[in-house]
Design a binder for this molecule. Structure first.
Ligand code: G3I
Length: 388
């Protein structure tokens, strides 16, 4: 039973252009649903009708967009239905973990490309684009990293890693998340930079160095700065958007070879309030720097939604459609990738499981690889998007 939720004044103010009129609690037979971002509120009556059965990649391509998903090599190599679904729906593939230090660097002097090469080959075989994630991150560093890397040798490891990995896939990569999640204003560092071994050992210029090294190793790849928690209209997100924009402006002013911003888009149904006006203006500010934008890790957590899968699917689909209708309105947005394609393989099962233990349902295909309303919502968003 949901306690009657009253929308605070602040939350009402955050409803944005979609208007407050929509923010009316919709009572369903059993429960009074908490109030969701306005356009998701009418999810129980919303029509998610889609014309035809064209897969998502076809609908995206028709508008000059690229659609795809992340997958782990272990799942993809062992799950034939996942393979068929990825090939059917996706025009681009990104390794979920296999191009991170944790996987590539079993020992300080050893690179292991076996899993990433398998994924690159899978993409090639099925004529899919391939994108890299991620050359520089503060997370998923190998066990030995802490004992071995220090102020004296950090630059050697940094240069060697970026150069070796980028060179290996040179010419095959649509794009690289060169640096991932380098901004965290709560860390109290200059320019809102996140505390990390890279900042500690190499200073703030590590970011520019990373892009110059990657451009040298693969002049063809689109070089992306990838960031999380930019989507909603809370104070924290607002501060982060400002810091990211300033970082991009700084890099561009120095002639850094950076070509796009990746907005991860890990959305949470019921939690974040989407202020269409604020998000739209951020996207246009990024585009005005001459940068493209990729939606790089889209999923919608249903962790806080009611148990009933039918109700959850409708609300998740509403969040997908609301969010994509805003971001795809910006023509600099060139690609949308889900972080996983099917509920059978999602990081959210482990990272944010539901308290009732029910399997989570954040992605376009269910755990039997059947399209859900979220699939319809994405298909509709692509169908309604302006052609690039
Ligand atoms: O491979 C090891 C395995 O050998 C070991 O037995 C097992 C138990 O510890 O761990 C396995 O590694 C796990 C790895 O995923 C591969 O499955 C790590 O523990 C686990 O932490 C790691 O989680 C990944 C997470 O990044 C790490 O922060 C998720 O799969 C991955 O989906 C997630 O992806 C990130 C993006 O890279 C950046 N944006 C946020 C996104 C979600 O956190």
């Amino acid at each position: 039973m949901f306690k009657k939720s009253s929308m605070s004044r602040r939350r009402l103010l955050y409803m944005g252009v979609s208007g407050l009129a929509g923010a009316i609690a919709v009572a369903v037979a059993k429960d009074r649903l908490p109030i969701y971002p306005s356009q998701a509120v009418n999810n129980l009556t919303r029509d998610f009708k889609v014309a035809g059965l064209t897969p998502l990649k076809g609908r995206a391509t028709a508008k000059g967009l690229i659609y795809g998903a992340a997958s782990g090599q272990d799942f993809l190599a062992s799950d034939k239905t996942l393979q068929a679904s990825i090939v059917r729906e996706c025009g681009i593939l990104v390794p979920e973990n296999e191009l991170k230090w944790q996987f590539l660097r079993p020992r300080p002097d050893v690179f292991d490309f076996s899993k990433s090469d398998w994924l690159a080959q899978f993409a090639r075989t099925h004529k899919m684009l391939f994108r890299g994630h991620t050359l520089v991150w503060y997370e998923q560093l190998p066990e030995w990293f802490k004992e071995v890397v220090n102020r004296q040798n950090a630059e050697k490891f940094f240069v060697e890693h970026i150069t070796t990995v980028t060179k290996r896939y040179a010419g095959q990569m649509h794009s690289w998340d060169v640096v991932n999640e380098a901004i965290e204003p709560d860390d109290g560092q200059k320019a809102g930079l996140r505390k990390s071994p890279w900042l500690e050992f190499l200073g703030p210029d590590y970011i520019e160095l990373a892009y110059r090294l990657a451009a040298q190793a693969d002049p063809k790849a689109m070089l992306v700065y990838n960031e999380n928690a930019l989507e909603y209209s809370g104070r924290k997100e607002e501060v982060k958007r400002t810091a990211v924009l300033k970082l991009l402006e700084r890099l561009k002013s120095r002639g850094t070879p950076i070509h796009a911003l990746g907005i991860q888009s890990h959305l949470v149904a019921q939690e974040g309030a989407l202020n269409a006006k604020k998000l739209r203006s951020f996207l246009s500010d990024v585009a005005s720097l001459g940068l493209k934008i990729l939606i790089t890790e889209l999923d919608v957590s249903d962790q806080k939604l009611p148990l009933d899968p039918a109700v959850r699917d409708r609300i998740v689909a509403s969040v997908y459609e609301d969010y994509l209708s805003v971001v795809l309105d910006e023509k600099a947005v060139i690609a949308v990738l889900n972080w996983g394609l099917s509920d059978r393989h999602t990081w959210l099962s482990t990272f944010t499981p539901r308290s009732d233990g029910a399997p989570v349902r954040p992605l376009p295909l269910d755990s039997s690889f059947k399209p859900k309303l979220a699939w319809n919502a994405m298909a509709r968003a692509f169908d309604q998007a302006r052609k690039r």
